[in-house]
Design a protein around this ligand. Sequence first.
Ligand code: SF4
Ligand code: SF4
Length: 373
Amino acid sequence: MYYKQYGNTDMKVSAVGLGTMRYDDALISAGRLSECAEVPLYAFEKGINYFDTAPFYCQDKSEEITGMALSQLPRDKYYLSSKTNFNALRAIDKNITRDTFRRRLELSLSRLKTDHLDFYHLWCVLNLDAYEEQCNALYPFFEEAKREGLIKNIVFSAHLQGADIETVVETGKFKGMLIGYNALNYRFRQSGIEAAHQDGMGVVVMNPLGGGLIPQNPNTFSYLTEGTDLTVAQAALRFVASHKEITVTLAGCTTKAHVDDAVKAVEGLEERPAKEIVKLYEGKGMGLNNLCTSCGYCNHCPKGIEIPKFMDSYNQKLLSGNEDEIAARLSGHWGVPIEQAGQCVACGKCETLCTQHLPIIERLREIASITSK
Ligand code: SF4
Ligand code: SF4
């Protein structure tokens, strides 16, 4: 396993970490949690020492499964991360107070069978207003928990663009951050990871496969594998992990074979600065920053438009160059009437939430115009 130093700390973390949001759904539904727990144990055996979990993941069982596995190991041999925010706290109590924060944290600790977290995230910051609101309300509680040794490092996770990430980095409040970064969206985030790295922060990356879009389109992304014996999925992980600015690349693993893929992706890793990597790949197919990754964050349309399904269908046009693919995907795959696109009133709510910063309104207009052709 290839290890990297976490920011300006003395922690040595594995270049790939286990993202624990993809435990086997069928096993969880059948109550066979100990079988899911074999995956983190196997990951540890293979040298992975960074484990990222959160409330709600995997039918809200991720923390429990991860704790079931890691509690069998010496506590000083791995790093554990979990998360909190207004949503996670409201699930405990609608009225958010210090006590709510503490009960949420204690629940995570007890599920994880540990007395401390190495990293506790201010979770899922979607824009700077949300950041300020949540940070003002919750940061003092984070600090108190840190003073008491319940958490070791205060970090944040976000879906912000590069410049906004820089703004949060400049506050100096965080030891590290977790952001989505991959061959699809690197342009939006590159300056952010550079700023965090320069500031001595650890940088952990989620969603390195672009919500599955990269391995689902192997021909489009085959340029990532050039000169290697890697699959497209492995090469996409390697693309991220090879950034000097990125400390840990999270791989969401359902099976031991997925762990093997992740481990292979960083064998003999060579680190390079982001600028060099981008130069290496520019012109070879990168630049598809404008694809929807089906993250679902925008899915709160007041008109009931199923935005992720429309944007996924628009992806088909971008990937194939054929406009007919939009209607084919909407009706054939999703069973959504194309006319729904015309109900958009351009309120802008979805664009504010979109993690890929896509021009959703413009795309819906374009889709709506197909029906009138
Ligand atoms: S801009 Fe259109 S699609 Fe987006 S939330 Fe508003 S009505 Fe819905
Ligand atoms: S449109 Fe944006 S927010 Fe919505 S699913 Fe796609 S990438 Fe996510």
